[in-house]
Design a binder for this molecule. Sequence first.
Ligand SMILES: Cc1ncc(COP(=O)(O)O)c(C=O)c1O
Length: 461
Amino acid sequence: MQKSIDEAILYSKRWIDIIHTPNVEEDQAKQIIEECQYNFAEHFNKGWLDYRKSVTEAGDWAATEWTGSGALFRDILGREYIDCLGGYGMMDLGWGHPDVVETVKAQLSHTPMPSQELIDPLRGVLARLLAMITPGDIKYSFFCASGTEAIEGAIKLAKMYTRKNGFIVAVKAFHGKTMGSLSMMGKSDYRQPPGILYGGPVYHVPFGDADAVEKQLEICQKVGIDIAAVLMEPIQGEAGAIVPPDDFWPRLREITHRYGVLLIADEVQTGLGRTGKLWGVDHWDVKPDIIAIAKSLGGGVMPISAFCSTEEIWQVMMYPNPFIHTTTTGGGALACSAAIATIQVILRDRLWEQAADKGNYLIPKLNALVEKYPDIYDSITGRGLLIGMHFKDAAVGYKIAAGLFKRGVLVAGTLTSAHTVRIEPPLVITYEQLDQVLDRLEDTLKEVSRTLSAPAILTAN
Ligand SMILES: Cc1ncc(COP(=O)(O)O)c(C=O)c1O
C-alpha cells in the first residue's frame, strides 16, 4: 500500500509551480533552502550535506544553485560564483549554452524519446558525427547516459571481440562506480567496501609507466592469462590532472599491438577539447581501438555518453545478436539533439584551442603562486583546462577550496578529498573571469598562509 498518494500529488504540484516561477522572493528562497537541506538529509544522502562547501562556507544560508550562464552561476539568494569545477568536466560549454538549449527545445516538439521500433533519426546522425571526429578508424557508436555506462560497454565489447577476460589498468584511475568500471578503478576507497568485483583478472600498474604495462603483459603471456585490453585515461582526471610522459601513449599503442591486446581510451573527462586537443590521445597522435565519451557530450544540458569502435570490432555488437547490448532510455532523441548541438558548438568555436590558450595563460600564473607559497603548494599539474593544484596536505587544500568558495569561486576539493584540488572551468570562461579567479586565489592564499604561520595558542591547564 502506498504511503501517501495525496501528499505526493500536492508536493509534486508545489515543485512544478516553483519550477515555473521565474524569480523567487527572498523569504521563499530561504524556505526553499531549508526544505532542500531537509530533503537531502532525510531522503537522499545526509553525508553529502556534511562535506559540501555550499553548506559549510556559504554563511547562514546554504548555497542552493538556481541559475547560470557561461562560466557564472547564481544560487537562489542571487549570490554569484565563477564555476571552476564545471560539473567535474561536464560543463565545457558553460551553463545552459543557448545553442544547445534551443536545439533541445526544438527537438522536444518532435519526439523526446524513441519508439524503439522505427528508425529514430538522431541516433544515427550522432553516430555519424562521432565517426567524423573521433581518432583513427572509429566508425560505430552506442549511446547511454553516464560515463560509467560507457566504460561498462567498452569492457564488454573488448571481452566479446577478443574472447578474453583480463584487463590492465592504472593505479589511481577513475572509470566510474558501477561494478565493471569500479573493478577497473585504481582507488581502494571505492573498490574495497563492495567486496568482490569483476570476476576476471584485472591488473593495476602505475600510470605513465609503459614498462610496467609491458612487464604485466609479458607475465600474463608466460602464465597463460589472457588479456582483452589495456584501459587508461589519456590524462588522469580524478587523480589530479596527471599528465603521463610523452612516450607513454605511443608506447601503449605499440605494446598492445605487439601483444594482440585492445587499447581503450577513457575520454570521459579529457574528450571534446578539455585538455587543449579535441581528444586527449591527440596530444600523442594515438589511435585507440575503443573510446568512451561522456560528461560534456550533452553540453551540460542532457546526460549522454557513448562508447565507440571500429567496424571490425563492432561486428560482435551486430552479429549474431544485434540486441546483445541495449538500454531503453540511452541515446534518446533529446539527449542526441543536445550532443549534436554540442559538437557543432565545439567544432565551430574551436573550443579545444580556447582550452589550450587559456591553460597556457593560467598554468604559468599558478606556478608562480607555487613559488610564492611553498608552504601551501606542492605543484601544479595538467594540460589545457584540466588543472590540478597539489597541496602539502588535504587540510590546507580544503582551506583553499573553502576560501575560494567564500570569495565566489567554485573548485573541486571537498572536506574528504582536498589534497589535490582541480580547476576545471567551462572552456568558454573569459580571461577577465580567469583574472578574477587568480585575484581571489591569491587573496585566499594570503589568508591561509597567515593562519599557517600564526603561533599556536597555548592553553594552560
Ligand atoms: C575518466 C572518467 N571515466 C569515467 C567516469 C565516470 O563517469 P560518470 O560519473 O558519468 O559515471 C569519470 C567521472 O568522473 C571519469 O572522470
